[in-house]
Design a protein around this ligand. Structure first.
Ligand SMILES: [Mn+2]
Length: 507
C-alpha cells in the first residue's frame, strides 16, 4: 500500500502538479462533470460499483448486482413496505413509519489500511448499492411509501485514491429509488420528517450500530423530540430474506458448485506433510479461480486432533500421515455464501477406527437429509441427530448401553456440541433473527452438518478413538418434495474420498 503523496511529500498536487499537466494538455478536464456510467464516458469505471456497461463479464443488461435485476430489488422493497404496513395495522397504530438501513462503513486495520470491505447485508439486499457510508430510508405514510438513498457526495481527492462514487443523479436510475440525496443532508431530512409527524415510529437497529457517527446523530435527534420510538427492523428484514427468490437460488447454486469443486480439488492435491496453511491457500485459490470473490469465512483446516477445536482457524500445523483433515470452507459468490465441511485421510486411506466413525457420521447425515421431507424445524433436526448419533455411538462402545432416551441425547450432545443446522444465504449464519424452532419451508436454504469429536479426555471412549474429529456438511435447498443438495458434487462416500485423497496431485 502506498501512502498519500499529499501527506508524504507535503505539497498540494492541485496547485502544483496540475499546472504542469495543463501545460501539456489543454483538454485536461475533471471527470466529475461526466454523468453516465459507461465504458466510453470513463476510462476505468464511473460508478461506485460494477455496472453492465463497465463490467459486461459480471452483469447482464438490466442487472444492478450480478444476477439481481432492478425488478428483483423492486419486489424486495414492496415486501418491506407490505410488512411494515401489516405490522402497524396489526398494532392499530396510525403513525408515520420511517425505516433506516445504514450501509457498512470502512473499517481500518491500521493507519489508512482498510479491512476487506463487506456491505451490510440488509442494506445490500434492499438497495443493491455497494458503496460505504450510504443510508437507505423508507418512509410509509398512510397509503404512500417512498425510498430515498443517501450517498456520499462526489469528492475529487477521495475518488483519486479510492475510485469513483456514484453520483446522486445516476443513483436514482441505477438503483430504482424514488429519491437520492447526499448523505450530508440526512440529518436535516430526518429532522423535518419527524417535525411533520411527531409520533413517527423509527425502525432502526440501535443495538448493533453500523455507522457510529450516524448512530450518534440519530440518537440525539430522537432524544430531542417527544413520543419518538425506535423499533428494531431486523426481524422484518430477516423474515423477507429467509425465503430465497429464483435468482437468489441460482446464485446459491453457483456459490455451492464453486466451493464443492474447490474442496474436491483440494482433497485431490493434499498429501502428508503439507501444512494446514497450504490447504487453506489451495481452497482459497480454487474458489477465486472459479469466480468467487473470496472465502465466505476464515476456513477451518484442522489436521488430526485440531479438529476437536470446533472453530479452529489457526491453520498452522503440519498434517502427518495417518491423520484426518477436517476442512470447513465456503465461498462468497456475488454476495451469496456456501458452507461445506469434508473430512478425509491425508494419506488416502482411513484407519479402521476413522472409517467406523466416518461411516456413522455419513449415515446420520444422510438420514437427516432424508428426514427433511417431513419439514421439521432445525431444532427438531438437531434432536433427531442426537438420538440417531447416540444409538450408533452405543453400538461401538462410545456411549454406555443401559441409559434412557434423555440421557442418550445428552451423551450424544457431548460428542457433537454444535447445532446440526443453520439458515444459509447472503450471510453464512443467515437471517440470525429467525428462530430455529419454526418448521422449514420450500425456498429456505439450510446446512446439515452432524459431527463427532472424541476428546482425548473422554473417559468413556476407547483410547484408539481419542482425538478424532469428523464433520460432514452439505447445503440444502428445501423444496416441495424435500431436499435438494446444492453441494452434491463434492464427494463424501468413503470410496470416493479415498480415491481423491490418494491421488496426491501437484497443484
Ligand atoms: Mn455451517
Amino acid at each position: 500500500m502506498f501512502n498519500s503523496i499529499k501527506h508524504s511529500l507535503r505539497y498540494n498536487t492541485s496547485k502544483f502538479g496540475y499546472q504542469v499537466l495543463a501545460a501539456f494538455s489543454a483538454e485536461a478536464k475533471s471527470n466529475l462533470t461526466r454523468p453516465e456510467c459507461t465504458r466510453n464516458a470513463y476510462p476505468h469505471t464511473a460508478c461506485g460499483q460494477p455496472t453492465p456497461a463497465t463490467h459486461p463479464h459480471l452483469l447482464k443488461h438490466g442487472e444492478v448486482l450480478p444476477g439481481i435485476s432492478l425488478q428483483e430489488l423492486g419486489r424486495r422493497r414492496s415486501k418491506l413496505v407490505e410488512s411494515v404496513t401489516l405490522e402497524t395495522r396489526a398494532k392499530n397504530v396510525h403513525r408515520q413509519q420511517i425505516v433506516i438501513i445504514p450501509a457498512s462503513t470502512t473499517v481500518y486495520m491500521s493507519d489508512k489500511i482498510p479491512y476487506v470491505y463487506r456491505q451490510n447485508t440488509d442494506f445490500l439486499y434492499f438497495s443493491g448499492c455497494r458503496e460505504p457510508d450510504s443510508v437507505l430510508v423508507l418512509v410509509c405514510r398512510e397509503n404512500q411509501s417512498s425510498f430515498t438513498l443517501f450517498m456520499r457526495p462526489r469528492d475529487e481527492h477521495s475518488e483519486l485514491w479510492d475510485g469513483p462514487r456514484t453520483s446522486i443523479e445516476t443513483a436514482i436510475k441505477m438503483f430504482g429509488v424514488d429519491h437520492a440525496l447526499p448523505v450530508t443532508e440526512f440529518e436535516q431530512f430526518l429532522a423535518s420528517l419527524i417535525q411533520e409527524d411527531k409520533r413517527s415510529i423509527v425502525w432502526y437497529d440501535h443495538v448493533d450500530a453500523i455507522q457510529p457517527i450516524l448512530h450518534r446523530k440519530l440518537c440525539q435527534l430522537i432524544k430531542l423530540t417527544d413520543n419518538q420510538m425506535f423499533a428494531s427492523p431486523k426481524m422484518l428484514f430477516h423474515q423477507i430474506r429467509l425465503i430465497k427468490s429464483t435468482c437468489e437460488i441460482e446464485l446459491m447454486r453457483q456459490s455451492c458448485q464453486i466451493a464443492s469443486d474447490a474442496i474436491a480439488k483440494t482433497i485431490q492435491c493434499s498429501r502428508p506433510e503439507m501444512s494446514e496453511h497450504q490447504l487453506f491457500a489451495t481452497v482459497d485459490y480454487e474458489c477465486r479461480m472459479r469466480g468467487a470473490e473470496h472465502l465466505a469465512y476464515p476456513p477451518v483446516v484442522a489436521g488430526g486432533g485440531n479438529a476437536n477445536v470446533i472453530h479452529y482457524i489457526s491453520n498452522n500445523q503440519i498434517i502427518q500421515s495417518g491423520d484426518l483433515v477436517l476442512m470447513d470452507a465456503g465461498c462468497e459468490y456475488h454476495g451469496y455464501s456456501s458452507d461445506i465441511t469434508r473430512t478425509w485421510p491425508i494419506n488416502g486411506k482411513f484407519t479402521p477406527e476413522q472409517r467406523v466413525l466416518y461411516e456413522i457420521v455419513l449415515d446420520v447425515q444422510k438420514h437427516l437429509i432424508e428426514s427433511l421431507k417431513e419439514m421439521p424445524s432445525l431444532d427438531e433436526a438437531f434432536h433427531y441427530m442426537c438420538s440417531l448419533l447416540g444409538k450408533r455411538l452405543q453400538e461401538i462402545g462410545l456411549i454406555p448401553k443401559n441409559i434412557d432416551d434423555d440421557k442418550l441425547v445428552a451423551a450424544a450432545y457431548e460428542y457433537c456440541p454444535h447445532h446440526v443446522s443453520h439458515y444459509l444465504g447472503m450471510d453464512v449464519h443467515d437471517t440470525g433473527k429467525i428462530s430455529r424452532g419454526i418448521k422449514i419451508q420450500p425456498g429456505m436454504i439450510i446446512t446439515i452438518e452432524p459431527g463427532v469429536y472424541v476428546s482425548p479426555k473422554n473417559p468413556f471412549a476407547p483410547s484408539h478413538y481419542h482425538g478424532l474429529g469428523i464433520r460432514i456438511e452439505d447445503d440444502i435447498l428445501v423444496t416441495e418434495n424435500g431436499a435438494e443438495i446444492l453441494t452434491k458434487s463434492c464427494p463424501k462416500e468413503v470410496a470416493d474420498i479415498e480415491d481423491l485423497a490418494s491421488q496426491n496431485k501437484k497443484c
